[in-house]
Design a protein around this ligand. Structure first.
Ligand SMILES: Nc1ncnc2c1ncn2[C@@H]1O[C@H](COP(=O)(O)OP(=O)(O)O)[C@@H](O)[C@H]1O
Ligand SMILES: [Mg+2]
Length: 250
């Protein structure tokens, strides 16, 4: 099993968009795929099910994974070939609960997640610090950190890296990668910050994804599509996203 968590405590940087595209790439590669949505907004769950009301369905949500009395999962099968443990407005009931935190940071929850019967698990995380942000760092093989090329992003990246170090004693194999997203090539400030981030973190910055309306539009369709399948994407954009997702998932 390969567990990939997409994380950044900042909202709007592209986490959910990447989760959807990575999941679709894994399905195309013939893998069995589970998405775990740990965000109360449930955006990944909405995209995968086409149900904007799914974040008001309070049963079989991702909060169940964290409960001491866990009795197995009951995932939603989606028409994309991806299974989903959805996010909803009530999953924050597990935040700041002592028993949940003890379980999450003990290794027991890691064992629980890692025995789920999937080739690839992709975790979408909330834009806030807490157990739903930290716990996946204990389970994951890889962490993907999307960043916008703004100065504040560097501080945000350092915060994620500090959180990663907390998880490392229990999860020494954890690897991280950053991806610059929503890059505007014409903006001098974007070029400067991209160059600075690359100079600081070198090969850990695995790609630069440009700011393109086709990326936003592809997930807004009646049936959302990965960027490389969306008719509004040009060839260069398709190749960029497809190659990037294959590189992360395989
Ligand atoms: N490369 C991109 N180009 C254009 N729009 C993007 C890009 N990446 C993400 N977006 C858009 O930005 C918004 C926030 O993205 P989202 O993936 O929901 O972020 P997060 O999950 O981090 O809050 C969405 O409307 C999405 O369509
Ligand atoms: Mg999101």
């Amino acid at each position: 099993m390969n567990i990939i968590t997409v994380i950044n405590q900042k909202g709007g940087v592209g986490k959910t968009t990447l989760v959807f595209n990575l999941a679709m790439s894994a399905v195309e590669q013939g893998k069995s795929v589970l998405v775990i949505d740990l965000d109360t907004q449930g955006n990944a769950s909405q995209i995968l099910t086409g149900d904007i009301g799914i974040n008001r369905i309070f049963v079989n949500g991702s909060d169940d994974l964290f409960l001491p009395e866990f009795a197995g999962i009951n995932p939603t099968r989606t028409e994309h070939g991806v299974d989903l443990i959805h996010g909803h407005k009530g999953i924050d009931r597990i935040d700041n609960v002592k028993e949940v935190e003890e379980l999450a940071y003990s290794g027991a929850l890691r064992a629980r997640i890692r025995q789920l019967p999937y080739d690839v698990v992709i975790v979408d995380t909330p834009p806030a610090i807490g157990v739903r942000h930290m716990a996946p760092l204990y389970w994951s093989d890889r962490v993907l950190i999307p960043l916008e090329p703004e100065l504040s992003s560097v501080a945000g990246l350092q915060d994620v890296l500090a959180a990663l170090e907390l998880a490392r004693p229990l999860n020494p194999g954890l690897r991280w990668m950053a991806v610059l997203n929503r890059v505007k090539k014409a903006a001098k400030s974007h070029r400067e910050v991209s160059d600075a981030v690359r100079a600081m973190y070198g090969d850990s910055v695995v790609s630069e994804l440009t700011d393109r309306t086709a990326v936003a539009d592809s997930r807004q369709q009646e049936k959302p599509q990965p960027v490389w399948k969306y008719r509004g994407s040009d060839r260069k954009l398709r190749t960029l996203w497809q190659d990037f997702c294959v590189q992360i998932v395989c």
